[in-house]
Design a protein around this ligand. Structure first.
Ligand SMILES: NC(=O)c1ccc[n+]([C@@H]2O[C@H](COP(=O)([O-])OP(=O)(O)OC[C@H]3O[C@@H](n4cnc5c(N)ncnc54)[C@H](OP(=O)(O)O)[C@@H]3O)[C@@H](O)[C@H]2O)c1
Length: 304
């Protein structure tokens, strides 16, 4: 099978609350321009729209986005709305609130709890929806997330949000949130080249509670948001050798490793490149041997 004929179905299914999604999803952050957030060169609009349509054609039904994903001329939410609405019934759009950027793209003060309704409404307007499927509270270094998460729980009660989620959290924040309302997803930075005992613990806790664990920068790795389009960070020899054995790219092995961390672990690789999209979806069909997984895990531990 070529990359183009493999669909996201091959990655299996996980339920975000009552919403089933293929475990291989898509992150919209790279659709807006040459730099992740900042005022880099805006993306080619038609190319970004084509990537979104192709993603859905390839079976992707979980898209992660945010109102703060924009460059001078492009907004991820507007691109999603234009490319995909009327939305397919099975499409789950997850978004994030908390961080704030002004009209010039400068980062402002993170939202206070009473400002979160405005953040949710901005996403509703841009996506053209009456409610949001999944909303992550993106923690902005606050020690306790209780007040912010409580404010989102009220918006869920009011019918603006179907399911709640949290992002960039430690185990204690997950416990705090679960005291307040159900959590369907935790989105944290997590990658094969980043030893992260606390992240491992959050991943394990999510599994115990039946919550999705959704890594970001799984492909970008150490480079994070600074990863230049198409150039991921230097790969460990372990990643390169497993990639050679399967005849696939290192990025695909990074995604496969992510999905092998547990049935509740989802992938949301971000790309503005149609070829990378097909590759990333095809990575959902890769099956690593125990020996290969051990080799990747050992290389990760050695970085610690
Ligand atoms: N919760 C949070 O705080 C948070 C933070 C950051 C991101 N996120 C979410 O997580 C998603 C994933 O993060 P991300 O998009 O930054 O990082 P990523 O998926 O780890 O990596 C994206 C980078 O890797 C490149 N890339 C993607 N597929 C590739 C392939 N097959 N071969 C070679 N290069 C490839 C992309 O360039 P090309 O465009 O050229 O392919 C881009 O530079 C985001 O899109 C966003 O939705 C959440």
């Amino acid at each position: 099978m070529t990359a183009e004929t493999i669909t996201a179905e091959a990655s299996g299914i996980w339920k975000l609350g009552d919403l089933p999604v293929h475990r291989l999803g898509f992150g919209a952050m790279r659709l807006t321009g040459s730099a992740a957030f900042h005022l880099g060169t805006p993306s080619d609009r038609e190319r970004s729209l084509a990537v979104l349509r192709k993603a859905v054609e390839l079976g992707v039904n979980h898209i992660d986005t945010a109102a703060f994903y924009f460059s001078s001329l492009r907004s991820a939410n507007e691109l999603i709305n234009t490319a995909l609405s009327p939305y397919p019934d099975d499409l789950v759009i997850a978004t994030k609130v908390g961080p704030y950027r002004d009209y010039h793209g400068e980062w402002g003060t993170a939202a206070r709890p009473d400002q979160l309704r405005g953040h949710v409404e901005e996403n509703l307007r841009q996506l053209g929806r009456d409610h949001l499927d999944v909303v992550h509270l993106r923690r902005m270094r606050q020690d306790s997330i209780a007040e912010h998460f409580g404010a989102l729980a009220e918006l869920r009660e009011a019918g603006l949000i179907r399911h709640l989620a949290i992002s960039s959290v430690e185990p204690r924040h997950l416990a705090e949130a679960l005291e307040i309302a159900p959590v369907v997803s935790v989105q944290n930075r997590y990658a094969v080249d980043r030893p992260d005992p606390e992240g491992d613990e959050v991943l394990r806790l999510c599994g115990e509670h039946g919550i999705a664990f959704v890594p970001f920068y799984a492909v970008a790795g150490e480079a994070g948001e600074a990863a230049e389009a198409g150039s991921t960070t230097a790969h460990d020899e372990a990643v390169l050798s497993v990639a050679r054995a399967h005849g696939v790219s290192p990025a695909q092995i990074r995604i496969a490793w992510t999905l092998h961390q547990g049935p509740h672990v989802l992938a949301i690789p971000g790309t503005g490149n149609p070829r990378h999209l097909a590759e990333n979806v095809a990575a959902g069909a890769l099956r690593l041997t125990d020996e290969e997984r051990a080799r990747l895990d050992e290389a990760r531990a050695r970085r610690g």
